[in-house]
Structures are given as C-alpha cells and as structure tokens.
Design a binder for this molecule. Structure first.
Ligand code: NAD
Ligand code: IPM
Ligand code: MN
Length: 366
C-alpha cells in the first residue's frame, strides 16, 4: 500500500518524538511491504518563525492533500516564549485549532491504557489500579470554549475578558454517536461528563446524549458531573469504559487519565472527521522543560502512528505489530525517564533509555 502522510514535527520535543514514530513506520513498511511517503508541514512556533503565522493556507492544503497527518506537538513555554507576546490568533496553538477546524476533526479519541509492565509507574496504589485499566476518552474537538467568540475590552474602565461556550445540538449528536459507536466495540459503557448543574450547554449536552442513547439499548450509560469525574479518575479509574465529553473537559480529563497509564508520554490520540482522514498526535505538549535533551518518551507518538495505520489505512495487523512491540520493549525493562518506577518501587531489571534508543528498540521488534 502507498500512504501519503503529512508530518507536522512542530516545536519542542515534537521533532524528536516524530523522528521515532517515522523510524517505526519505516520498519513496518519494510516488513509488510508498504510505502510511506512523508510531506513536511509547518505548524506552530516554527511556522511563526518562518512565515509570520502559525499555519499558512499552503500548510492546510498540504494537510488536506494527505491521507493522514502525523504530528508531534507545537508551542513553547507560555510564560517566557516570545510567541506568547503575539496576538492570540498568531500564537502557536491557534495553528492547531485552525487545522482541527479546517479539517472538521470533531472526534478526538484518547485511549488510556495501562500496560501491565508499567504498573510501577502508575502513582495509584495497587489495590486501586489492580489489572486491566483500559478506557477511551471521546473528546469533542471543534466546539465549545475553544471556538466561541472571545474578546478583551474595557468595561467601565475595568479590563474584562470574555470567552464563550457554545454547542448546537448537531455538534453534540455527532460526537455522542461516535462515543456510543466505540462503546459498542468495547465494554459497552458510556459515561457522559458535563456540568449540567450550572451550564446551559451541558443541559443541552445531556438532553441530546439521552436521545442518542435510545439508539444503543445495549450500552449502559450514565451522566457524571465533571468535578466528580476528575475525582473518580483517581479514586476508581477502572469504573470507566468510554468517557464522552466536550472539548475543554476532555482536554483536562485526558491529561489526568494519562497519569493512570504512567505518564502523559504514553497517551496517544486520533482526531477524526467523517472520512478516513485523521490527525494523529500524542496528547501531551511540546514539553519545553525537556526539549533538546533526548529524553522525551516517544511511545505516545508511536502509538498514535499505530492508530493511523488502524483508522486511516485499515492496516490492523501492522497496528497490532507496533502495539505488541511497545509491550515487548516494556516487558524487557526499557523505560524513558517519565515511566521509570515511582519512588519505593523496585527498579530491578529496569533500564533507563533516551528517546532515540526507545525508538530503535520498538522498531527492531515490530
Ligand atoms: P506538556 O504536555 O508539554 O508538558 C507537561 C509535562 O509533561 C512536562 O513536565 C513535560 O516534560 C512532560 N511531558 C510531556 N510530554 C512528554 C513526553 N513525551 N515524554 C516525557 N515527558 C513529557 O504541557 P505544558 O508544559 O503545559 O505545555 C507546553 C507547551 O505545549 C504549551 O505551549 C502548550 O500549549 C503546548 N501543548 C501542545 C500540545 C499539542 O501540540 N498537541 C498539547 C499540549 C500542550
Ligand atoms: C491538546 C492540547 C491542545 C488543546 C492545545 C495545544 C491547544 O492541550 O491537544 O490536548 O487544548 O486541545
Ligand atoms: Mn491538552
């Protein structure tokens, strides 16, 4: 098979982790006889530096011309980077939001899965986590606070900033369907997360989810308020199968869920629309604190590449090969620094490795 893949390396650790994902893909290509063609696409801070804007029209066109886009991460240190002195629409993140919107990538799947081998990296006690933590966050990605009108203005001499949270019923319905569809292929449980005790948008969310649920009689579903959900993720994360939620809540809850898997460096993601196209990226950011040190965990990006093979190219066997290779490397005791055992856990048989070595090890085992 020939696959046209747009590649957004981005900023910070982005280029480091994308290099490793391409290494693994190329090995898959060799082994299974596929040709992966890569087209580099500029986005984020690097695009600002090169073109003055975080995402050019040419970059959007290049993404649209690809079968799928593999991405690292964008952005810099939001306190110190000069990128954050720019107007909001010129900052690195504006590029990512524009890309998601331009491609209508409304469904963001973030699988949080704890490899048995990484139990010692999970900060939760054994009796809480047990075995088999495996959940999916279905995050709405093109609506809500991220895309509502915003402004900063003087109101009676007081500087006032406004962000608006808007959802229409169609936006809710299509993501809810995706959530229930994926639950049907899993343990058939959906937890819809909202703040319906306060927000109108959440009350509409709940109403539409109720309607959609009627078409999925086999799926058990419940509503949960977001503050409780944040707490339950630490208290009893294994109660969840699919969490279905709006954009901002999904952003926050997915970072929280990532720690149950050991690290944000393990959390892959796929951003999908109604076609086979997808944008595949780790859920974490550009990690300015460790960029350039060669220690970032490339696994979330490598697992995102596996999601790309599965969802865009229907290459299930190849995706399985990547996931099994990751498992094998973890079983052999190799860890990047972020997934080293927590304090007090045994480090016997564990070897700390850097980004490139981790990529090599996984590529060798696919
Ligand atoms: P971050 O996710 O970049 O980093 C948070 C912490 O997690 C840091 O300590 C970092 O070192 C660690 N971390 C993240 N990924 C890691 C990995 N692969 N391996 C090991 N450790 C890892 O979040 P932040 O510091 O809040 O944000 C930094 C920048 O990243 C900001 O500009 C933000 O907007 C951007 N960001 C981009 C994306 C994206 O491109 N999709 C996602 C999240 C944040
Ligand atoms: C993510 C990131 C983005 C988001 C930022 C960089 C805009 O945090 O993909 O989780 O909030 O969606
Ligand atoms: Mn995030």
């Amino acid at each position: 098979m020939e696959c046209q893949i747009g590649v957004i390396s981005g900023d910070g650790i982005g280029p480091e982790i994308v290099t490793e994902a391409k290494k693994v893909l190329d090995q898959i290509g060799k082994k299974y006889g596929h040709l992966f063609h890569y087209t580099d696409i500029l986005m984020g801070g690097c695009s600002i530096d090169a073109t003055g804007v975080p995402l050019t029209d040419d970059a959007i066109a290049a993404a649209k011309a690809s079968d799928a886009v593999l991405m690292g991460s964008i952005g810099g240190n939001t306190s110190t980077s000069p990128w954050y002195q720019l107007a909001p629409e010129l900052r690195p993140e504006a590029g990512l939001l524009k890309l998601r919107k331009s491609l209508n990538l409304f469904a963001n799947l973030r699988p949080a899965y704890l490899y048995e081998e990484l139990k010692a990296a999970c900060p939760l006690r054994d009796d809480i986590i047990g075995t088999g933590f495996d959940m999916m966050i279905m995050r709405e990605l093109t609506g809500g606070l991220y895309f509502g009108a915003r402004k900063t203005e003087e109101v009676d001499g007081v500087t006032t900033a406004t962000d608006t949270l808007t959802y229409n019923e169609n936006e809710i319905r299509r993501i809810a369907k995706r959530g229930f569809d994926i639950a049907m292929k899993r343990r058939k449980k959906v937890t819809s997360v909202d703040k319906a005790n306060v927000l109108d948008s959440s009350r509409l969310w709940r109403k539409i989810v109720e309607e959609v649920a009627k078409d999925y009689p086999e799926v058990t579903y419940e509503h949960m308020l977001v503050d409780n959900c944040a707490m339950q993720l630490v208290k009893d994360p294994k109660q969840f199968d699919v969490i279905l939620t709006e954009n901002m809540f999904g952003d926050i809850l997915s970072d929280e869920a990532s720690m149950v898997t050991g690290s944000i460096g393990m959390l892959s993601s796929a951003s999908l629309n109604d076609t086979k196209f997808g944008l595949y990226e780790p859920s974490g950011g550009s990690a300015p604190d460790i960029a350039g040190k060669g220690i970032a965990n490339p696994i979330a990006t490598i697992l995102s590449a596996a999601m790309m093979l599965r969802y865009t190219f229907d290459l299930d066997k190849e995706a399985d090969a990547i996931e099994n290779a990751v498992k094998q490397v973890l079983k052999e005791g190799y860890r990047t620094i972020d997934i080293m055992p927590q304090a007090g856990e045994s480090t016997e048989g564990i070897e700390q490795v850097g980004t490139a070595k981790m990529g090599d090890l996984i590529a060798e085992r696919v």
